[in-house]
Design a protein around this ligand. Structure first.
Ligand code: SF4
Length: 376
C-alpha cells in the first residue's frame, strides 16, 4: 500500500485545567464550552465522514484530553467509529496529564480500545513542575503510570522538556529517572519560548539555557536513554525496539491524515488545511467555513521537498525506492546537491535509504535547505 493511501486521524481537545507557563497550543480553561465544542466537533465529523479510507492510527491530543469527563470520551469514540472506518486501526493514542488520569478514565480508555497513552510529564522535579505551571507532581505521574500498566496499557510514552528553568543536573536526573521506568517511549522536546507566555515574560524572551547547554544536555540524555534500550528514531523521539509511535511516523513519512477540532491540521489527498485556531472562532464559524483560507493544494514538487524534510528527521532517513515511486525520478536526479553533501559526510546512502549521519543531526536544517535549493 502506498503511503498516500494510508490515513491517520487527529482529534484536538483544547481544554486544560490551567495554562502552563510556556504553552502556545490552542487550549483554554473555560470548561463551560465543552458541550458546544463537542456539538461542533461532531458536526465536523459528520461533514467530513469518510468510510472509504481505513484509519490506521488515531491520536486524541490537546490540550488535555484526560481532563474530559468519560461521558464525552465515550461519545467521542462512538462518533469516530460511526464516521470513519476504524476496523483496521492498529494504534489509538490518547494524551493524558497525570493529575487527571483517574481509574475511571483508564477504564474508559481501555474499553474504547486505546492502545497507547502519552503522558505530559516534562520533569521529575516537583519544584520545576510548579515553576512552569504544571498541576501534577512526579508522584502523581508514577501513580498514573502504575495504574495504567496494571490495566494492561502496553505502550506508554512520557514527554520531557530540555531547557526548562532548572539546573542541567536536574534535567539529567529527570532523564535518568525516566529511563529506568517501564515506559516504551520517551519524547524529548526543546523548550520554545513564545511571546505572550508567562515564561517569555519572565525571561524576556531569552531561553533559560543557551544553545550549547541544550546540545550538551541532549547528547548526555541520548546516551542515558540508549543505555536503557531507548533507540532514537527521530530527532526528539526514543523508543524501545518496535515501539515507535506509528501515528507520528505517518507524519514524518508524509502520509495522509484527517483532522478534527480547533487548530487541527489535515492532509487529505493532496490538500492541506488547518481549522480555525481559536476555540471561540471554531465555535462561531459555520462548518463550511472552519477551514477558510487554509486549504491549499500541495504540488508534487512541494510534496517532494516536504517528504525529504520530514524523512530526514528520522534516523532511518528517506527510502530511495519510495521516493522514486512517488515522484517519478531518483532522489539524486531530483536533488543533485545530495552527491556533494554525501562527499562532505553530511548525507549517507545506506542500502535503500538516504539519511543524516547520527552526529550531524544538529545541522539537519541546513542540509535540508541545501537540498531544497535544487528545487527552488
Ligand atoms: S497541558 Fe499542554 S496544552 Fe494544556 S496548557 Fe499545558 S502545555 Fe498547554
Amino acid at each position: 500500500m502506498n503511503k498516500t493511501d494510508e490515513y491517520s486521524l487527529y482529534v484536538h481537545i483544547p481544554f486544560c485545567k490551567a495554562r502552563c507557563g510556556y504553552c502556545a497550543f490552542s487550549s483554554c480553561t473555560d470548561f463551560s464550552l465543552v458541550k458546544s465544542y463537542f456539538e461542533k466537533l461532531f458536526g465536523e465529523a459528520d461533514r467530513y465522514s469518510d468510510k472509504t479510507r481505513p484509519i490506521r492510527t488515531l491520536y486524541v491530543g490537546g490540550g488535555t484530553p484526560s481532563s474530559l469527563s468519560t461521558r464525552y470520551i465515550d461519545a467521542l469514540f462512538c462518533k469516530l467509529r460511526d464516521c470513519f472506518d476504524m476496523s483496521r486501526t492498529c494504534e489509538i493514542n490518547f494524551e493524558c496529564n497525570p493529575e487527571s488520569t483517574s481509574d475511571e478514565l483508564l477504564d474508559c480508555l481501555a474499553d474504547n480500545g486505546v492502545t497507547r497513552l502519552s503522558f505530559g510529564l516534562q520533569s521529575v522535579n516537583d519544584a520545576t513542575l510548579k515553576a512552569i505551571g504544571r498541576l501534577h507532581t512526579y508522584g502523581e505521574f508514577l501513580s498514573a503510570l502504575e495504574r495504567a500498566l496494571l490495566r494492561g496499557f502496553a505502550d506508554v510514552n512520557a514527554d520531557l522538556i530540555i531547557g526548562l528553568p532548572e539546573e542541567q543536573s536536574q534535567f539529567i536526573r529527570s532523564v535518568k529517572t525516566v529511563a529506568k521506568l517501564p515506559l516504551t517511549h520517551v519524547s524529548m522536546y526543546a523548550l520554545e519560548l513564545h511571546p505572550e507566555t508567562p515564561l517569555w515574560k519572565r525571561f524576556n524572551g531569552k531561553s533559560p539555557a543557551s544553545d550549547d547547554e541544550m546540545a550538551d544536555m541532549y547528547d548526555e540524555a541520548l546516551l542515558i536513554l540508549r543505555e536503557k534500550g531507548f533507540i532514537r528514531y527521530e530527532i526528539s523521539n526514543f523508543a524501545q525496539a518496535g515501539r515507535e509511535c506509528k501515528h507520528n511516523l505517518n507524519y514524518w513519512r508524509e502520509g495522509r491524515y484527517f483532522a478534527l477540532g480547533a487548530s487541527a491540521s489535515g492532509f487529505v489527498e493532496n490538500v492541506r488545511f488547518t481549522n480555525a485556531r481559536d476555540i471561540r472562532d471554531y465555535l462561531s464559524l459555520p462548518l463550511e467555513r472552519l477551514r477558510d483560507g487554509s486549504c491549499e493544494e500541495v504540488t508534487l514538487a512541494e510534496q517532494a521537498k516536504e517528504f525529504v524534510m520530514l524523512g530526514l528527521r528520522l534516523v532511518s532517513g528517506v527510502s530511495l525506492s519510495e521516493f522514486a515511486e512517488r515522484f517519478g525520478r531518483t532522489f539524486c536526479d531530483y536533488f543533485p546537491s545530495a552527491k556533494r553533501l554525501n562527499k562532505l559526510g553530511l548525507l549517507l546512502f545506506d542500502g535503500d535509504n538516504v539519511r543524516v549521519p547520527d552526529d550531524k543531526f544538529y545541522v539537519s536544517n541546513s542540509i535540508v535547505a541545501e537540498l531544497w535549493s535544487d528545487v527552488d
